[in-house]
Unconditional design. Structure first.
Length: 580
RNA sequence: CGGAGCGUAGCUCAGCUUGGUAGAGCACCAGCUUUGGGAGCUGGCUGUCGCAGGUUCAAAUCCUGUCGCUCCGACCA
């Protein structure tokens, strides 16, 4: 490709709309342009890089035995009602209406479509296992699109769905995808790590996310360097979660109500004159769960993990109660709330408590009357608790659940997610088969997503410097840029560059010839900004010595080689780099 | 949806407080010079000041509404 014949609108400055470096570089390098918030056009260079990622995904999915299909983006809402997800997914579903005012939804994912297809077309265990995948545009009405391609309304996703005859077989399918994912991201030049993940609205029993460590990531991950335990913070547990070891195992003195005028927060009660340390307080939260109040108890210094609460509740439609609602149900305002039996007027409100409070003694909590608290609270003796569970957010430095070493926290970008789904969808949508003994059984499913456009941006986020992108050869829009340093349309420099360009093209190298009438500085800056893995400079100065310069974007000193061997040398370097 | 901020040339931004002929740099076009790290000089082009309404002799500037964008929180590949 010749630079003058394509469209590469590089930008000297970053547009104000781009906050994180990968988003800025996507725009500055002329890879994408925004049409609207979370909606992007791919320009020639961006599309080439995107196709490279897609190609890697396709090769590895095929290698893992998955088969490619293409499912409709336009879906009837009825199938979402059939799976029972219409309500849960409604916030992310784009709805469109045809001329007959009939409603359609734009596909954010395809569990329903593929499961119905399998229900119709697969009847026998002989046709299993199968794993179907597609690479297609997905639509999600994101609450807040941001960071360019990272969280877009419209994005490209690879989604795969496996169907197996048994749980054991499904486990193998899951593992095959897990392994394929590790290969895919490695081939994209990404350093990723897998973490245990929450299953969210999709549901299922086992799940891992593939994470790219990055400060700008939207996920927080807890991990242990000693044993390799790693989990999304939504899911993470630590060794402190199981008890309240700090509490002395003594019998609490009798419950005592005492005045606490003006106390609103844990910190207020921890201050003079009360001086109750947060770990000796009980935090009482009130949530409205599908318009019903729900009390959640935690130790004063712990924070609620809403994902864990959602998992236990089996719904995501809950929110913190307003001060008015709290007053209505508990007759006190936030600041003096508690679940001491004698102070709970309404016994129909469920009380859930974090495991860490189990057996705790001599605690302090609100009395459900403004300006009063109880001290010497014995959780077992005095509190009403309907259900115990792990509800707290893990903090850095807590002991690892597996090995006891100190847990660390870091931010990361989620680029892939694998789920073991079980039979949730196959039962609802009728994907079943007849087994060897003639019994009809539901398929055991798994589903597996890769954010293809997000992966592309994650590569940039992870691989750049002050000058621009540093593409791994595997996803670079072009492997080599031949930089021609002469403006005149004829002459030895030009002829040499043209000859080298043709030689590389014929050698099967993906090469772009910078034939623009621009100053050298401009060409160098653009080549660095876009990040071609190899830059080959043909200019008067080195050519006078019969040489051409080869420079790697990733670093190292430029190498001068003779004109005659330049082509073969560059091609050899590229082939070596392709092998990784 | 809640909180914060911003909408002025293709891009980055000034001008708004205190109303009075819409600006700079980069980019773009022409010419001359320059040619190994975002050149110099000369000349030129570029705007419904996000949109609508209001106040005023007069609005980019003040007021109201609205739309869009960005950031923080809840959702996710």
């Amino acid at each position: 490709m010749r630079w003058t014949q394509t469209l590469i609108p590089t930008l000297r400055e970053a547009p104000a709309e781009a906050e994180i470096v990968s988003h800025q570089l996507l725009l500055r390098a002329g890879l994408v342009r925004k049409l609207a918030g979370g909606v992007y056009s791919f320009l020639p260079l961006g599309l080439r890089a995107l196709r490279k990622v897609e190609c890697i995904v396709r090769e590895e999915m095929d290698r893992a035995g998955a088969i490619e299909v293409l499912l409709p983006a336009l879906q009837p809402p009825e199938i979402w009602q059939q799976s029972g997800r219409y309500e849960a997914a409604r916030q992310v579903l784009y709805k469109v209406y045809d001329s007959a005012r009939r409603e359609w939804v734009l596909s954010p994912t395809a569990e329903e479509v593929i499961t119905l297809l399998v229900a119709a077309e697969i009847q026998s265990y002989r046709q299993l296992p199968r794993n179907f995948y597609q690479i297609s545009v997905k639509f999600r009405d994101e609450i807040r699109p941001r960071f360019g391609l990272m969280r877009a309304r419209e994005f490209i996703m690879k989604d795969a769905y496996s169907f197996d005859v048994s749980d054991e077989a499904a486990q193998q399918s899951y593992q095959r995808m897990y392994d394929a994912y590790a290969r895919i991201f490695a081939r994209c030049g990404l350093r990723t790590f897998a973490v245990e993940a929450d299953t969210g609205v999709i549901g299922g029993s086992l799940s891992h996310e593939f994470m790219v460590p990055a400060e700008t990531g939207e996920n927080e991950v807890a991990y242990c360097e000693a044993c390799g335990y790693a989990a999304n913070l939504e899911k993470a547990v630590s060794a402190v979660a199981g008890g309240c070891s700090e509490s002395p195992v003594v019998e609490s003195p009798a419950l005592e109500r005492f005045p606490t005028p003006g106390v609103q927060t844990i910190a207020d009660l921890a201050a003079e004159p009360y001086s109750v340390p947060p770990e000796r307080q009980i935090k009482t939260l009130v949530y409205m769960v599908e318009s019903r109040p729900w009390i959640v108890l935690l130790r004063g210094d712990d924070a609620l993990n809403e994902a864990k609460l959602a998992a236990r509740l089996g719904t995501t439609t809950f929110r913190p109660a307003t001060a008015e609602e709290i007053e209505q149900w508990l007759r006190a305002r936030p600041g003096s709330l508690g679940a001491v039996r004698s102070a709970l007027r309404d016994t129909t409100v469920p009380v859930w408590a974090d495991e860490r409070l189990r057996g705790a003694t001599d605690m302090t909590t609100g009395a459900n009357e403004d300006g009063f608290h109880f001290r010497h609270v014995d959780v077992t003796r005095d509190l009403r608790v309907d259900q115990w569970g792990d509800l707290r957010l893990v903090r850095a430095g807590e002991p690892c659940i597996r090995c006891g070493e100190s847990l660390r926290l870091r931010r990361a970008i989620e680029v892939g997610h694998v789920f073991k789904l079980g039979t949730k969808y196959s039962e609802k949508l009728g994907a079943s088969f007849i087994d060897e003994s003639g019994v009809r059984r539901p398929c055991v499913m798994g589903c597996y997503g890769i954010g293809v456009t997000r992966t592309l941006q994650a590569v940039i986020e992870q691989s750049h410097d002050a000058d621009g992108i540093i593409w791994p050869v595997s996803v670079a829009p072009y492997e080599v840029c031949v930089t021609l340093l002469q403006s005149s349309p004829t002459g030895q420099v030009r002829e040499t560059a043209e000859r080298l360009y043709r030689e590389l093209v014929e050698a099967g190298i993906e090469v772009i010839l910078d034939d623009r009438d621009e100053r050298p500085g401009v060409k160098f800056k653009d080549a660095d900004l876009i990040g071609f893995p190899f830059r080959v400079t043909v200019g008067e100065k080195s050519l006078a010595r019969g040489q051409i310069e080869i420079k790697r974007r990733a670093g190292g000193t430029p190498e001068a080689v003779s004109v005659d061997e330049a082509g073969a040398r560059v091609a050899a370097y590229v082939r070596e780099a392709r092998r990784g």
